[in-house]
Design a binder for this molecule. Structure first.
Ligand code: ATP
Length: 358
């Protein structure tokens, strides 16, 4: 549906997009994820046509969009600020884009009512937009884009102004809506959790480039670089030293974990230039309580910090022989004690959950 071919964007001397080549499939929920300033909004605006590109090509539905203004592209954008008109009613806001539509007023009213129904705002037609909650305003902005029946909906941080509960609710509703209307959605977000929850695929961007493009699980389990791993969820790193590499396996000496053998499929990055590190998620270490036996490997550690989160407790532990603490998470099970800082403990882990970054 959308093809970006070696897209570059310069603002004066600043090289904001550095050769983006990405294909977004029809009906896909695609997210652009990255830290502030990495170029995700710029990329979205180049698809919408608000930003001319310096070189490369943007194709939508097989057509080159070079020189095609935003209003003639089969794409519509929903902005972070909603950009709804305060002096117009809900129905007038939603119908705004149909001003020059040749259909009869009755047909247009029907289209507006259908769009409002889709976003759960049935019977809100006459409502003053001032008398709406943040979530309802966001729905109006969505309905206003949907009424134009675009092939592509471009969403620039559409949920960032909502509180956590409302944001989570809207995330679920957006997923359902997207499945229902079958439109291709491209979402810009700096919120990794939002991207993981909502997307079919995610492009992680840094400094105007796509660092990794993958489905949420691959991104989380097999990040291709340390900065991707650090940006998507929490990952611990311990310094490691490569001892040998042969036959599809890498032998390492890792601070606190000792000697481990990894498969090359667990390795991110090119040939070693020193400075290697082993990464693992908090849920891949487990505290062993009295009488429990490690199914695989076991290491001794000291608890250095405890953060209670209700359903989970996060423990910072310093593995014996490591120069810094790592974080692990434990589900709080009824009857199991929450450990205190300073306590000695045993940690179970498995080489299969480790990743080597170099
Ligand atoms: P955020 O999450 O903060 O919105 P972003 O990833 O969307 O960040 P962009 O808005 O795409 O980032 O900006 C990418 C870079 O290009 C930034 O360094 C920004 O300062 C720069 N930039 C964006 N628009 C312009 C402009 N009109 N003129 C000059 N530089 C710009």
């Amino acid at each position: 549906m959308i093809e970006l071919q070696d897209v570059h964007k310069h603002y004066g001397n600043y090289h904001a997009l550095r050769g983006i080549t990405v294909t977004i499939e029809a009906g896909e929920f695609f997210s652009l994820l990255g830290p502030s300033g990495c170029g995700k909004t710029t990329l979205l605006r180049t698809i919408a046509g608000f930003e001319p590109i310096s070189s490369g090509a943007v194709l939508i539905d097989g057509k080159n969009m070079g020189g095609v203004p935003p209003n003639l592209r089969p794409a519509n954008m929903v902005f972070q600020s909603y950009a709804i008109f305060p002096h117009l009613s809900v129905a007038q806001n939603v119908g705004f884009g149909l001003r020059r539509d040749p259909r009869s007023p009755a047909e247009k009213s029907k289209a507006v009512a259908e769009a409002l129904e889709m976003v759960g705002l049935r019977d809100f037609n006459a409502r003053d937009t001032q008398a709406l909650s943040g979530g309802q305003r966001q729905r109006v902005a969505l309905a206003r884009a949907l009424v134009l029946k675009p092939k592509v909906l471009l969403l620039d941080e559409p949920l960032s102004a909502l509180d956590k509960k409302m944001r989570e609710q809207m995330q679920m509703e957006l997923i359902k809506l997207q499945q229902q209307v079958g439109i291709t959605f491209v979402l810009v977000t700096h919120d990794q959790e939002e991207a993981l929850v909502m997307s079919d695929r995610i492009a992680v961007m840094f400094d105007g480039e796509v660092a990794q493009l993958a489905d949420p699980e691959t991104l989380f389990r097999r990040p291709n670089a340390r900065r991707v791993a650090e940006f998507v969820g929490t990952m611990n790193f311990l310094d490691a030293h490569v001892i040998s590499e042969a036959g599809g396996r890498v032998e390492l000496d890792t601070q606190g974990l000792g000697r481990v053998m990894l498969e090359t499929s667990q390795v991110s990055g090119g040939p070693s230039q020193g400075g290697a590190a082993v990464g693992f998620r908090p849920e891949s270490l487990t505290i062993l309580f009295e009488g429990q036996v490690a199914p695989d490997r076991e290491s001794a550690a000291t608890v250095t910090d405890v953060v209670y989160h209700g359903g989970l407790t996060y423990y910072d532990v310093r593995l014996d022989g490591a120069s810094k603490s790592v974080r692990l998470s434990m589900r709080n099970v009824f009857g199991r004690p929450v450990l205190s800082t300073g306590v000695r403990t045993r940690i179970a882990w498995s080489p299969g959950s480790l990743r080597l970054f170099r």
